[in-house]
Design a binder for this molecule. Structure first.
Ligand SMILES: [Zn+2]
Length: 319
């Protein structure tokens, strides 16, 4: 009797040892769309697997289109994390053609997220998702739905990032039960990091409240609201098409009317274009990078991205 209990104990220890060994899974292929989401997934998967990043470089998720190699990467995945129809429209069609073995997870559905509708009224120009390029026909059709659509830049709030990590751990734990405990522990650690980041950035952004600014791409609603900042408006400017003379004077008038301290472009804009738009106005020029294009991918990308957004806002808005 005692001996058999001993044997069961040995057997359990063996099973546990095997189980923890199996937690390292090279077959758990996880693909993410944008870099900040890749970073959160990398933090959750740490020690078990490394996620793949689909949209690298300065490509916008709004206008991204798949190369054949991207389609292959997606088809071979076990789990794909994307944000929403609105943020990565290219995924809508792709999802229909993926094999059943691929689980596409829409992070917008993560429980508890703070979500806002897209800002289209008043001084905010609708982000046409195409940034002025192509797809006009499609755009006209989608317009009515988009009016009340959720703003997909929901990842730029550390409180949402924490909930996304929890949701990812839950999904990945079901897809790969041997790693479930590790995913949960990783998500918990990421959540604590987000708590500290919130406190740090609240202190840093507090002096910037009430200083109006304009953005070229309305991507920052979640960041602004979390930290008590408010963009005065957005102007939709295509990164590679110079606005007409008429459009240019309208843009300058708007910058003046809104008394913008700063006008923020993004890395893919020609500096000359930004100078043209802001000249003859009192606004300073700044650059914000909502995807962290120049920040190395990996588990710490997300924290670095949010810190640099706060630093870039501060550098232009302060004083
Ligand atoms: Zn956008």
């Amino acid at each position: 009797m005692r001996q058999s209990r001993f044997r069961i104990g040995m057997l359990m220890a063996l099973v546990l040892a095997l189980g923890s060994g199996a937690a390292r899974a090279d077959d758990l292929s996880v693909v993410t769309t944008i870099k900040p989401i890749h970073s959160i997934a990398a933090a959750v998967l740490a020690g078990v697997a490394e996620p793949k990043l689909l949209i690298d470089g300065a490509a916008s998720p709004h206008t991204f289109s798949l190369k054949p190699s991207d389609a292959k990467t997606l088809a071979a995945a076990r789990v794909v994390f994307r944000v929403s129809d609105g943020l990565e429209p290219f995924m809508i069609k792709v999802m229909r053609s993926l094999p059943k073995s691929v689980q596409v997870v829409t992070l917008e559905k993560a429980p508890g997220l703070t979500l806002y509708p897209m800002r289209t009224g008043g001084t905010f120009e609708a982000d046409d998702h195409g940034h002025g390029k192509g797809g006009k026909h499609k755009h006209d059709h989608a317009h009515d739905d988009e009016k009340n659509a959720t703003d997909g830049h929901l990842f730029l709030d550390p409180a949402n990032a924490r909930l996304i990590a929890t949701y990812m751990a839950d999904v990945l734990g079901k897809a790969h039960p041997a790693g479930a405990d590790r995913f949960k522990a990783n998500a918990d650690a990421f959540g604590r990091e987000m708590g500290a980041l919130l406190t740090e950035l609240e202190a840093k952004t507090k002096p910037l409240a009430g200083r109006p600014f304009i953005v070229f791409h309305d991507a920052y609603q979640y960041f602004e609201r979390r930290f008590g900042l408010e963009a005065a408006g957005s102007v939709t400017v295509s990164p590679d098409v110079a606005p007409s003379a008429r459009r240019l004077s309208a843009l300058r008038r708007k910058i003046g009317e809104l008394k913008a301290v700063c006008v923020f472009s993004e890395p893919q804009f020609e500096p000359r274009l930004v100078v043209t738009i802001t000249e003859k106005t009192d606004a300073r020029r700044g650059v914000l990078d909502p995807l962290g294009v120049s920040i190395p991918a990996g588990p710490s990308h997300y924290t670095t991205l949010l810190r640099s957004l706060a630093a870039d806002l501060e550098a232009c808005l302060k004083g």
